[in-house]
Design a protein around this ligand. Structure first.
Ligand SMILES: *Cc1c(COP(=O)(O)O)cnc(C)c1O
Length: 361
């Protein structure tokens, strides 16, 4: 392996920008003259408070989070939000609508049923989650406390290309695998949440953007640590926050700004995905798992149709300096996760490799 960095197509945790790793490395034993690592600092110290405040401010600016919304830095992963969302929101009417378009929204749907009356607004299971239902196909309940969906289906490689219209019903969205990859009108949402380990930072941080007026209606037995109000009142510092991950998120946001911010990133990531889809569509051997119109720019799922050839592709890709191209067991085939930090060059090289494999097999 030597000292070369590989092109890592992992679905998560995934690549971080090299500049970020280098900067963190340079500051690892002595952060800006403090005499200690960010990992060793009190979360109540002035030095850390500044890191925290700056990171929150950068996030607000880059993701254009309006007034009236809080940005929380929590732990527990995106998965803990599957419980936290219903615990805090379902009390309004006792009902909620869920769109099930993949693995994680299905887990969230099942979890929410513990807390109220949950309706299936739509499901793409009939075609193994290869598509996103249209607005016309959504079954909406006017008295739902909220409407839940997952913007990008990491495993199946599909992505919502529109924001569901739900009238006065607040939108709740899991953006774990496409946050910061495209501009979002945050004012359309009640809650947006994302685990950090795909597009933002190391695992251990969960970012929650919440409309403040939605907090404070939790079910009476909501655990203290799963109450948005607890975290809003203490600005995510009720207990020790994931300090190191917040610091790295700050560095990632600096890098994102240097790429033209979120609009700049949208162009770059769309270009990378288009390049890969074009090569797959033009090939003899490969087909995409996701249907056109629903394809994800973040997780590209594809296959040859032969399990043997898929295995050969994965084996040879490792020898060629790529890692983690094997698809998830629920889909099979291959998956290239090309999050924000995947360099364009990595996708170009993968395209060349696919073309070569297509010719030789
Ligand atoms: C990875 C992922 C999750 C799970 O995240 P954890 O932080 O591991 O709980 C949930 N939703 C989506 C869309 C994901 O990609």
């Amino acid at each position: 392996m030597g000292n070369a960095r590989v092109y890592n197509f992992s679905a998560g945790p995934s690549m971080l920008p090299l500049e970020v790793l280098e900067r963190a490395g340079a500051e690892i034993t002595n952060y800006q003259g403090s005499g200690m690592s960010v990992m060793e600092m009190s979360h109540r110290s002035k030095v850390f408070q500044k890191i925290f405040d700056d990171t929150q401010a950068k996030f607000r600016k880059l993701f254009r989070v309006p007034e009236g919304y809080k940005i929380l830095f929590l732990q527990g992963g995106a998965s803990s939000q599957f419980s936290m969302v219903p615990l805090n929101l379902i009390g309004a009417t006792g009902k909620a609508d869920y769109a099930v378009t993949g693995n994680f929204s299905n887990i969230a749907f099942k979890e929410a049923k513990k807390y109220g009356e949950i309706s299936l607004a739509c499901s793409s299971e009939d075609q193994n989650h290869t598509y996103i239902p249209t607005q016309d196909q959504l079954k909406l309940s006017p008295d739902a406390s909220y409407f839940y969906y997952c913007a990008n289906n990491t495993i199946y490689g599909t992505e919502w290309q529109y924001v569901p219209e739900t009238g006065d019903v607040p939108l709740v969205c899991d953006m774990s695998s496409d946050i910061l990859s495209r501009p979002v009108d945050v004012s359309k949402y009640g809650i947006i949440f994302a685990g950090a380990q795909k597009n933002m930072a190391p695992a251990g941080l969960t970012v929650v953007i919440i409309k403040e007026s939605l907090a404070g209606r939790e079910l009476p037995y909501t655990p203290l640590m799963m109450n948005y109000k607890t975290m809003i009142d203490k600005d995510s510092m009720y207990n020790t926050p994931p300090c190191w991950c917040i610091y790295i998120l700050g560095l990632v946001l600096d890098w994102l700004e240097s790429q033209g911010g979120v609009p700049g990133m949208e162009k770059i990531k769309h270009g990378k995905a288009q390049m890969l889809y074009d090569v797959i569509d033009d090939s003899r051997l490969f087909t995409c798992a996701a249907q056109p119109g629903s394809r994800s720019d973040m997780n590209v799922t594809f296959r040859t149709g032969s399990e043997e050839l898929d295995a050969k592709f994965v084996k040879e890709s490792i020898e060629a300096g790529f890692t983690n191209l094997k698809g998830h067991r629920l889909v099979g085939g291959m998956r290239a996760s090309i999050y924000n930090a995947m360099p364009v060059e990595g996708v170009e090289k993968l395209c060349e490799f696919i073309k070569k494999f297509d010719k030789e097999n």
